[in-house]
Write a protein that binds this ligand. Structure first.
Ligand SMILES: NC(=O)c1ccc[n+]([C@@H]2O[C@H](COP(=O)([O-])OP(=O)(O)OC[C@H]3O[C@@H](n4cnc5c(N)ncnc54)[C@H](OP(=O)(O)O)[C@@H]3O)[C@@H](O)[C@H]2O)c1
Length: 318
């Protein structure tokens, strides 16, 4: 088969021949129809993601661990959990027999693969316990996942949505998608603290955080109260690290602030199928919008290096 093949950690995948995967007991080979290339895939290839050692244990390997494919009987499915060195950026993928979920007939495979990123938006509810009418802050709203999350917040019934980003033109686009207030993080620290406080109304109930690093450290400063008391909970759901993998966490940011921290995977294990079905349904009805850039598998080398996507997801179509 043809595949995008990585030869060294930190390299760029190359289009070439690779041996077809052979299914072992409990596995099935699917024909790959579309694969979204995400930051997590780039971090694995760079060797900087916490799961990288598993995927890069054998080189050469094929990057990307999920996508949309076709079963031997022609049914379209979303698949994941591939067995390295086989990945999704190939004509064929080897999938655990319980590692796929149906995609509705007629759904564009390229759109279906992008919607995996909307599942973190659902984490506002599954991990953050978002209730209708509550105030949401989407931290890092100008990327693909953040733009989806702003719309998911609206569809889940959030009362008010605040969204952050570092580029004014892109923040204007996020406002059009449903954010009530946008905040630029590209300002001095004290100005950003004030902006978070001005925009919070009677408090952020759920924060969905795709940034971490400096902006989230400053957000935690803004959430630290200036008086004793039992402050209203703010549930921060950690989903990404575009602004940095670490931050300084002061004890006072937690002690009486009401801030609770959890990961986006919390509560998702038993609800991921339901969450994915919901975002597919919203996309189908036109309530969830997003942009994607389709490229052929044979163009992977140039596509992998692209930095001009700004809110569009790169989707590889074998
Ligand atoms: N847990 C999950 O299931 C899941 C799913 C999807 C994404 N994620 C994670 O969430 C993050 C965003 O993913 P994405 O798919 O939305 O990415 P994306 O489409 O590539 O967008 C990247 C976002 O991060 C912002 N950004 C990049 N570098 C930054 C910096 N130094 N400081 C502040 N903002 C910065 C970008 O701002 P500009 O618009 O100004 O460039 C943009 O909003 C990534 O860490 C990704 O791995 C997690």
């Amino acid at each position: 088969m043809h595949a995008a093949v990585l030869h060294e950690v930190g390299g760029t995948p190359r289009f070439q021949e690779f041996p077809d995967p052979v299914a072992r007991d409990g596995e099935i080979v699917v024909k790959v129809r579309a694969v979204a290339v995400e930051n997590v895939d780039r971090a694995i290839v760079a060797g900087t993601h916490y799961t990288a050692a598993r995927y890069l244990a054998t080189l050469p390997m094929i990057p990307c661990f999920d996508g949309i494919g076709e079963l031997p009987d022609g049914r379209l499915v979303g698949f994941g959990n591939l067995r390295p060195p086989y990945g999704a950026l190939a004509e064929l993928a080897v999938v655990p027999a319980d590692g796929y979920a149906p995609i509705p007939d007629g759904f564009d495979p390229a759109a279906a693969t992008v919607l995996g990123s909307a599942i973190t938006g659902m984490a506002m509810q599954t991990a953050g316990g978002l209730a209708p009418g509550e105030t949401v802050l989407v931290q890092g709203a100008t990327g693909v996942a953040g733009r989806l999350a702003v719309q998911v917040a609206r569809l889940l019934g959030a009362g008010r949505i605040v969204a952050t980003g570092r580029d004014d033109a892109q923040l204007a686009a996020v406002a059009e998608l449903g954010a009530d207030t946008v905040i630029s993080t590209a300002v001095p620290d004290e100005e950003l603290v004030a902006a978070y406080r001005d925009a919070r109304g009677d408090g952020y109930d759920v924060v969905l955080d795709y940034l971490w690093g400096r902006p989230t450290e400053i957000l935690l400063r803004a959430l630290t109260p200036d008086s004793f008391g039992f402050h209203k909970p703010t549930r921060i759901v950690q989903a990404g690290e575009s602004a940095g993998p670490a931050l300084g966490l002061r004890a006072e940011a937690l002690r009486t602030s009401g801030v609770e921290l959890c990961g986006a995977a919390r509560g998702l294990r038993d609800r991921i199928g339901e969450a994915y079905a919901q975002v597919l349904a919203w996309a189908r009805s036109g309530e969830l919008r997003f942009a994607l850039e389709r490229v052929a598998l044979s163009d992977i080398e140039a596509a992998w290096r692209r930095t001009d996507l700004q809110g569009r997801r790169l989707v590889v179509v074998p």
